[in-house]
Design a binder for this molecule. Structure first.
Ligand code: SIN
Length: 301
């Protein structure tokens, strides 16, 4: 009998696929809907200390094989987000994604997410287009270590760190997370990208550049997980361009104990998790894998 159950970074998931931060996770009812449609957990939209309107429109654009967004971390702020958590947490596992500029910001937000019932926190150290946040703090290993240490001291739930592919020191950043006691690394966030309108002779997005997600980034994400697996002992969570069971299997075989799906909720539909779960079960049964853990990292052997 094949089992999709997996343990990653201190969290046990009945199914290995989670909703990635940023889609169908801004409201309690949308998170519940995803839990009811095969997601093992939902990672919330990244939430900050105070309400943030985000970047002006246009902030989202479909491109070949993906999307480019520069939403600008819009969110109601941690106080109001309690209402959404109150709806979602009783229905399943919710991971609280948070962003900030300093270790204190992150530890305060993590404490609030713990109070709200999050099963883990995911530190957004990787948004490529929010000034003062995301990869601006997440590409300095000393800062990453300080943030993760401070959050570890502040909460008792597991602490995951979501890293950027927009760096040549991904391994050093991963080591900083591990050295500070982080429970898992999540990779990757979006690739810094731009779209230009020939007619207007201008960048399309109001922020000029944004982040590319979707099928186009999958090989970059798989490579990142493969590389991180060679240098880290803590568990990994793969994200970037997963839309079917084959994509999920690639990430698992590269070294991920679980995975997240974002853009494909838009391109495939909300049944994407049910489809992936069914496809993975059939593949595992056909190829003799009894569990997710028996598949993790096999591409390295
Ligand atoms: C956004 O809200 O701008 C996207 C968040 C991210 O890329 O982490």
């Amino acid at each position: 009998m094949v089992s999709l159950k997996t343990e990653v970074g201190g969290v046990i998931l009945e199914r290995p696929g989670m909703v990635a931060s940023g889609i169908m996770d801004e409201t309690g009812p949308s998170m519940v809907r995803m839990l009811e449609n095969g997601a093992g957990a939902v990672v919330t939209k990244s939430v900050g200390l105070s309400p943030n309107a985000g970047h002006a429109n246009p902030c989202f654009m479909e491109v070949t094989s993906g999307y480019v967004n520069a939403m600008g971390l819009p969110n109601p702020g941690i106080d109001l987000f309690k209402e959404e958590m109150d709806v979602a947490v009783p229905k399943g596992k919710i991971v609280g994604s948070i962003y900030g500029a300093t270790p204190e910001d992150f530890s305060t937000l993590a404490g609030r997410m713990e109070d709200y019932g999050a099963c883990a926190v995911e530190l957004n150290l990787s948004c490529p287009h929010a000034k003062g946040y995301g990869m601006e703090v997440g590409t300095d290993p000393t800062m990453v270590k300080a943030i993760v240490s401070s959050v570890k001291d502040a909460v008792s739930i597991p602490v995951w760190a979501k890293l950027t592919p927009n760096t040549h020191i991904l391994a050093d950043i991963g080591r900083a997370v591990q050295d500070a006691g982080g429970d898992a690394v999540v990779a990757i966030n979006t690739l810094k990208a731009m779209v230009i309108s020939p007619e207007f002779a201008r960048p399309v997005l109001s922020n000029k550049f944004g982040g590319l997600s979707g099928a186009a980034v999958k090989p970059v994400g798989v490579r990142a997980i493969y590389d991180l697996r060679t240098v880290l002992d803590i568990p990994l969570i793969g994200v970037g361009g997963i839309s079917d069971w084959r994509d999920a299997a690639e990430y698992i075989m590269a070294g991920a104990s679980a995975f997240q799906v974002g853009s494909a909720i838009g391109t495939v539909g909300i049944d994407v998790f049910d489809r992936i779960n069914k496809g993975l079960e059939e593949f595992m049964s056909d190829y003799g894998y009894q569990s997710i853990s028996s598949m993790v990292g096999v591409a390295h052997e």
